[in-house]
Design a protein around this ligand. Structure first.
Ligand code: SF4
Length: 330
């Protein structure tokens, strides 16, 4: 039976800016089970990274407000005091980023950086921590791990650094791993290897993984379910296979059309016309209407609500519902 790991309810993130308050994430709901990978997909500016940072409690409280709930095994991460959040981040949650050099300290040997969090968050001895770090380097596919343990980040390739960062994230046996564009900076072969490592780790450690990416092709490699975000809202969600085979939301359709296809003789890449709007310049009505090939008159006036169209499949579009949002949002 599936065991619930993380349940996010009505998560809303607002930022204070010179132009007033803007909403970066709007009433987001999600569910992640143990041993499951959930993809969150969208272009830059869709709110996917802000979602992950708010779940991790890593947003600056001086400039942002987070409301709603992020229930990790029933414990609300949003409501926790900073000290408790730190405890959870050290012991139960971990995050990896696109660019390893933002997480790795160039002045310290990679091995020492892996054992550091173990020594801080657990009562493991230094010798055992070193043995575990070498084992982790082996698990993430680093050859000659004993030797690599003593190397500095600049001595490694981008792919190796990304593996070190994954090893670092796993140091305290997290149950939830958030991977934010973990393969974006890597070439296709290394990308496939890193995704394979994540899959193996999920199954071996029974972790829940949230994979954040702009690339639906990456999601199709590792995820069971996917959430598509646009301007801080979920616009479509469901099983990855069903969404790839039969996208309902025009934005999802555009993202799928943008996945490179090696069978396409012309080799042309498709893209969605226009840009994601700035948070303080949201158009009236459906925020996707200026880019949507199916936009109707109602789309320019009203905001569609998210509705369930079948089983776990949800979509936010007037093509599938006449419901509109009632809440007042930016
Ligand atoms: Fe396009 Fe209208 Fe659907 Fe928005 S609500 S995605 S503009 S058809």
């Amino acid at each position: 039976m599936e065991k619930e790991l993380l349940r996010v309810e009505e998560l809303t993130v607002k930022f204070r800016t010179y132009n007033g308050e803007v909403t970066a994430v709007n009433n987001l709901e999600l569910l992640l089970n143990e041993n499951e990978t959930l993809g969150i997909v969208g272009e830059s500016g869709s709110g996917k990274s802000v979602t992950s940072l708010s779940i991790m409690g890593l947003l600056d409280e001086a400039t942002s407000t987070v409301t709603g709930k992020a229930l990790f095994k029933g414990n609300d991460l949003v409501a926790m005091k900073e000290k408790e959040k730190q405890h959870y981040r050290g012991n139960h949650l971990a995050m990896i980023f696109q660019e390893p050099m933002t997480s790795l300290n160039p002045l310290h040997k990679c091995g020492n950086q892996i054992i550091e969090s173990m020594l801080i968050h657990t009562d493991i001895s230094k010798a055992d921590a070193k043995a575990k770090a070498i084992e982790l380097l082996k698990i993430v596919g680093i050859p000659a791990p004993e030797q690599r343990f003593n190397e500095y980040p600049h001595q490694m390739s981008g792919g190796m650094r990304q593996r070190v960062m994954i090893a670092m994230a796993l140091a305290c046996d997290p149950q939830l791993l958030i991977a934010d564009e973990p393969t974006t900076a890597l070439d296709v072969t290394i990308q496939a290897q890193i995704l394979e490592v994540l899959k193996e780790l999920r199954d071996r450690l029974k972790m829940g993984i949230i994979l954040i990416t702009h690339d639906l092709g990456v999601v199709s490699e590792v995820c069971d379910r996917v959430i598509v975000m646009y301007t801080g809202k979920v616009v479509e969600q469901g099983l990855i296979r069903e969404i790839l085979d039969n996208p309902k939301h025009p934005y999802t359709e555009g993202l799928i059309a943008a996945i490179p296809n090696i069978n396409d003789q012309k080799g042309e890449l498709s893209s969605i016309d226009g840009m994601v709007p700035q948070l303080d310049e949201m158009p009236k009505g459906c925020s996707f209407h200026p880019r949507c090939p199916y936009a109707m008159a109602i789309c320019k006036e009203k905001r569609p609500a998210i509705t369930t169209i079948e089983n776990d499949r949800k979509v936010r579009c007037f093509k599938y519902s006449t419901e509109e949002e009632t809440e007042v949002t930016t």
